[in-house]
Design a protein around this ligand. Sequence first.
Ligand code: PEP
Length: 248
Amino acid sequence: MARKFFVGGNWKCNGTIEEVKKIVATLNAGEATASNVEVVVSPPFVFIPLVKELLRPDFQVAAQNCWVKKGGAYTGEISAEMLVNLDIPWVILGHSERRSLLNESNEFVGDKTAYALSKGLKVIACVGETLEQREAGSTMEVVAAQTKAIADKVTNWANVVLAYEPVWAIGTGKVATPAQAQEVHFELRKWLAANVSAEVAETTRLIYGGSVNGANCKELAGQPDVDGFLVGGASLKPEFIDIINCAS
Ligand code: PEP
């Protein structure tokens, strides 16, 4: 089964009502061949209802996080149930900014992924090494441990997209070379085959994130194990449409 190309836009903690309306208007006006590509944009929580109301129907919406279990006395958190109640199909979990700034552990991300899936959400689960870890030669060890923590808790991978996002490439302008991205994606697919199943390895989409833009996306998309992108900064700009179209 062919893996449908996937492009996610992570707006992070950016935007005002006016800016959000402008971004959505640009997306809605863009000529995107969305039938060949699954497109998901992820605004901050507070703008999700507005984006859902205004966004073209062939693009979907994701939250940027959700709580690890059923809602309750967890001040400041948003539960998976709430996202389902708002008809939000996707959630990003384990983003490196949350891992590093909020100390989210591999195990916590695994638990969150399993809980979100159990409530019917689809998950963009992020993994990736720091520059220090890459330079120490432990890239695969790090991403395998992060993926194992997810695999330990997840039994059905049908609604998981795995985003390889090297931390050194996020927001830095230092994009991984196509060969670097392909190497890790290939190894991750091999890891899934050996530790989960051949079918999960074959069908799970492995997307790349880290300084993807309109100029570098085409070559990255040409790699056999790169099934799409998670885009930060460039997802706020008109070039996001070029990224959506780059694989067609
Ligand atoms: C991200 O935040 O997931 C990301 C990849 O950011 P950027 O594209 O800005 O590097």
